[in-house]
Design a protein around this ligand. Structure first.
Ligand SMILES: CC(C)(COP(=O)(O)OP(=O)(O)OC[C@H]1O[C@@H](n2cnc3c(N)ncnc32)[C@H](O)[C@@H]1OP(=O)(O)O)[C@@H](O)C(=O)NCCC(=O)NCCS
Length: 320
């Protein structure tokens, strides 16, 4: 949930009397594609006994708020549309409507059986490797070359630039949807470091004609996360599927290269999963070349200690 932190939203919800409804702006892919980042949800405050299978419940799981389908009651169990079950949480209410821009989709109790069956079907497909492959194939098909002209028209003129303090909301919505980086960390970095007059590190965003962020990456050293690696590294490069294969990642990297140069850096690094063909091609196209075997080994050792599993390729680009 964007804008306010989950803790603030929980306090707000808990102080709302049962039977009352409130609108909250959501960020997160809990019920994607039914519910998307930036959408609002109307929550009816209620107790867990009032929920039934097929309802969409708002539940606090640890420090996160999730809006998921109720798959069984007594006790209430919730799961994502793809069938990933949540750990036990605290029920805060039932979602009664979704709002995206000017559109509102009511979720009356009548659609409970449809939602429950739809969820079961999707979960079954997703649970099989072939089903997962088919769903991923479908997703890749929608972002391949044939749909590019349509997507271009829909996105309009793209603006790719360094982030400013006023981009915070757009960044948090994008982060909730696509990044694993905690929003508190991004907020602090943007306001205290990246948008200063003499910035430390930098962040670049791609924005569509409606001002929605559709691509992002940042540049910083690794010391903040306790890794003993020097230099500036490109981090969290992600382009939303609707804007892929249009050169957005390439332009984001070029913009970061300029920012690093302006800050006097002589070299820029990137670490990439060795099977990430798209990312490797993007960095190589932007002039990055393989780093030394020594650095590659050191990065992989640090990464392993930090819990990384996949081998990383390390690339670098000289700036002078
Ligand atoms: C990797 C990613 C950032 C690329 O974004 P993008 O905006 O689609 O990339 P671009 O359009 O700028 O393409 C740049 C190059 O990569 C190639 N490329 C992009 N997507 C590709 C794909 N799926 N398969 C093969 N090549 C691909 C392009 O053809 C282009 O190469 P070329 O100039 O030699 O033709 C995007 O696919 C993404 O967000 N993936 C998920 C997150 C991720 O993996 N991030 C990288 C972490 S290091």
């Amino acid at each position: 949930m964007a804008g306010r932190s989950p803790a603030d939203l929980t306090v707000l919800l808990e102080s709302t009397p049962p039977g009352r409804q409130i609108w909250l702006r959501g960020a997160g892919r809990s019920l994607y594609p039914l519910l998307r980042s930036g959408d609002s949800v109307r929550v009816l405050r209620c107790e867990s006994e009032e929920l039934a299978r097929g309802d969409v419940a708002l539940v606090r799981v640890g420090r996160r708020l999730v809006a998921h389908v109720v798959t069984s009651t007594e006790p209430v169990v919730t799961a994502s549309l793809l069938g990933v079950q949540d750990p036990t949480g605290v029920v805060l209410g039932r979602i009664t409507a979704l709002r995206r821009g000017r559109w509102m989709l009511p979720l009356p109790r009548l659609i409970r059986p449809t939602l429950f069956l739809g969820h079961r079907l999707l979960a079954q497909v997703w649970s099989r490797p072939k089903g997962r492959e088919a769903l991923r194939g479908l997703r890749d098909f929608t972002v391949s070359g044939w749909s590019r002209p349509l997507r271009r028209r829909w996105l309009g003129q793209l603006e790719i630039r360094l982030l400013r303090a006023e981009d915070l909301d757009a960044l948090l919505v994008f982060a909730g949807e696509r990044l694993l980086v905690p929003s508190g960390f991004l907020r602090m970095q943007l306001l205290r470091r990246w948008s200063r007059e003499d910035p430390e590190g930098a962040a670049v965003g791609a924005f569509d004609q409606r001002g929605r962020m559709c691509g992002f990456a940042w540049l910083d050293n690794y010391r903040e996360e306790g890794l003993a690696l020097d230099g500036l590294w490109v981090r969290s490069l992600v382009v939303a599927p609707r804007a892929r294969r249009m050169g957005v990642a390439y332009q984001i990297i070029c913009c970061l290269v300029e920012a690093a140069r302006a800050q006097g850096a002589d070299r820029l690094f990137a670490d990439i999963d060795d099977d990430n063909v798209a990312s490797l091609r993007t960095f190589r196209r932007a002039g990055f070349r393989s780093s030394t075997p020594e650095l590659t080994q050191r990065v992989n050792e640090e990464w392993k200690v930090a819990g990384g599993v996949k081998p990383l390729v390390v690339l670098e680009r000289t700036l002078i």
